[in-house]
Design a protein around this ligand. Structure first.
Ligand code: MF3
Ligand code: CO
Length: 278
């Protein structure tokens, strides 16, 4: 493509309505995996719970087979940041578990992740997950500025960084993995950075659909990949959290496709209008 500028596809309202259907399947699958997560169950049990919901909805899991990825969800425990493969690992009290899930409906994708801490949680892990979730919502809400879309994609990384710095804890913002455009494929341009940059990023336009997904650690930003070639861990083995939603940018506001309420509560709290998909 000319000058290496990746074309960003804009979606029609009809396409965004299909993405909403995919988003709701992902929300249901994540709810099932979250409900299954308790000490004594395996990460494979969480995967089965999510897979069942996606199949029952007549949807397709997007991770399974993606570059030969072997499961429906990713389960990333404690020092694992993202892309942990579910299997025979037994969850324990105090584990910090990030669950990431994607599904396809009629060719359209949804992608979302959440973190949770099992019983006997370390308050520092609960705080890490809460700050990561807040950073995600602040990053989403920053896409809207007053009476219209914000100017450029830089606002996401700025808002995420402000939320993390504002916590007053010395967290690390992972830079090697970023959010992305989403739609007819899971990963599309543009990259959505979770940190501040000087250069001007993509101009925001109605019809863009983006996955916003900060990954925050209690220590370093440096990561390593395990021998399974998937599991990403922190280089200092500090614990990490990951939250993600897929969001549609529209002329009348934002719509969080993978949130059951479309983002009404969190967007409303930040003065951002919920777009109408009617
Ligand atoms: N869902 C991840 C993301 O948020 C990608 C998962 S990679 C896979 O971008 F191989 F597990 F699918
Ligand atoms: Co994603």
């Amino acid at each position: 493509m000319a000058f290496g500028r990746d074309k960003i596809e804009l979606r029609t309202l009809d396409q965004i309505r299909l993405m909403r259907r995919a988003g709701l399947v992902v929300a249901d699958a994540l709810a099932a995996a979250r409900a299954a997560a308790k000490p004594g169950v395996t990460t494979g049990d969480l995967d089965a719970a999510a897979a069942e919901v996606i199949a029952a909805a007549g949807a397709t899991p997007s991770f399974l087979g993606y570059y030969d990825y072997p499961a429906t969800i990713c389960t990333s425990v404690n020092e694992e940041v993202v892309h942990g493969i579910p299997g025979s690992r037994v969850l324990e009290a105090g584990d910090l578990v990030s669950i990431d899930c994607g599904a396809i409906v009629e060719g359209w994708h949804g992608d979302s992740a959440l973190s949770l801490v099992l019983d006997d949680a370390d308050p520092a892990d609960v705080a890490l997950s809460a700050v990561t979730e807040k950073a995600m919502w602040d990053g989403i809400a920053a896409l809207w500025a007053g009476d219209g879309l914000a100017d450029r994609l830089n606002v996401v990384g700025e808002a995420v960084e402000d939320a993390v710095d504002g916590s007053g804890v010395g967290y690390g913002i992972v830079e090697e993995y970023v959010g992305h455009g989403i739609g007819s494929q899971m990963h599309l341009p543009p990259d959505v950075l979770n940190y501040r940059v000087r250069e001007r990023l993509t101009r925001l336009k109605p019809g863009m659909c983006l996955a916003i997904e900060p990954m925050i650690t209690r220590g370093t930003i440096a990561t390593e990949t395990l021998a399974d070639e998937w599991t990403v861990i922190t280089a200092d083995r500090s614990r990490a959290a990951h939250w993600e939603h897929s969001v549609a940018l529209l002329p009348d506001g934002l719509f969080v496709l993978t949130a059951v309420d479309g983002g009404a509560a969190e967007l409303g709290a930040r003065g951002v209008p919920l777009a109408s998909l009617d």
